[in-house]
Ligand binder design. Structure first.
Ligand code: RIB
Length: 295
């Protein structure tokens, strides 16, 4: 089984700060790191480290070729990573003393995925394959429609939450993965139980996976609910915790493991990720995540 991740690729400029810069404030940062990131790239790295065969499709500018190198070194197939005219997507990330982040995105080449490019890539995939998407690229709805026509199962990490989510054919999803902010945006309520009730009623064929930070995670479909507590760790940088969770959760369900085990493995892997700085570089290897899950 292959996962095609039609996903974002970003250069992350990560600033360590005392506190997030406030409106009207000018503030010096404590340090700067330039990392490989983008929810798409991070999720491809997480899938590959989790042992899944993953093909990444997406767009970068000339200065983003090191992002391709990162994917290749993680074992991701990059045949469909295309270099285009224009700037690579980037993110300006502030990380405060408690490890929390705030992220400003510039879409750049991530918004240059076109319908002909999608058609060209999808020709190589079909029933039995899974397509993974995030809300950081162009053509997300088009990819969902065409992938469904080809009999592929579709997973969407609906991040970040914004108006682009409205109008997507979410009923075609096999898996919808959201955090509490994205879940609240889609469901119109902040209570996790209500988010699950609203979204499972609206999308009865879709498994909802709701991550709740230190409150753990929840998988829901129809009346079924499976809850998993979070692992307690000292957070250094929460960037890519959700991406790590997505990659490892998909590894579990694609292996046909139980939901308890899939959520538990994902919780362990993402807990390890927050103990490290960076995005893709923070994703743990499979053996490490599995050992922590069993501990
Ligand atoms: O989920 C973390 C990612 O979000 C960062 O790597 C940044 O690039 C943004 O896409």
């Amino acid at each position: 089984m292959r996962v095609l991740n039609f996903g974002s690729l970003n250069i992350d400029y990560v600033y360590q700060v005392d506190h997030f810069v406030q409106p009207g404030e000018t503030m010096s940062s404590l340090s700067l790191q330039v990392n490989c990131g983008g929810k798409g790239l991070n999720q491809s790295v997480a899938l590959a480290r989790a042992g899944v065969e993953v093909w990444h499709a997406g767009c970068i500018g000339l200065e983003g070729e090191f992002l391709r190198d990162k994917l290749i070194s993680a074992g991701v197939n990059t045949t469909f990573v295309r270099q285009v005219e224009g700037s690579t997507g980037h993110a300006i990330i502030q990380v405060d003393r408690s490890g929390q982040n705030s992220i400003l995105l510039y879409d750049g080449a991530n918004s240059l995925i076109t319908e002909p490019f999608v058609d060209e890539v999808l020709e190589h995939f079909g029933p039995g394959d899974v397509v993974l998407l995030q809300n950081e690229t162009s053509c997300v709805g088009y990819i969902m429609d065409r992938a469904a026509e080809r009999g592929m199962r579709i997973a969407l990490n609906a991040a970040p939450a914004n108006e682009k989510l409205n109008g997507l054919p979410l009923e075609k999803l096999s898996w919808l993965l959201v955090n509490e902010v994205e879940g609240a945006f889609l469901a119109g309520t902040e209570d996790p139980e209500e988010i699950a009730r609203v979204l499972t009623a609206r999308y009865p064929q879709t498994m909802l996976v709701l991550t709740l930070g230190t409150q753990g995670s929840l998988a829901a479909m129809g009346e079924m609910r499976v809850r998993m507590p979070a692992r307690t760790v000292k957070a250094v940088d929460t960037t890519a915790a959700g991406d790590t969770f997505t990659g490892y959760f998909l590894r579990g369900v694609l292996d046909e493991r139980s939901l308890e085990e899939s959520l538990g493995l994902a919780a362990a892997a993402s807990a390890l990720a927050v103990t490290r700085e960076g995005a893709a570089d923070a994703v743990p290897a499979y053996d490490e995540a599995e050992a922590f899950y069993r501990s």
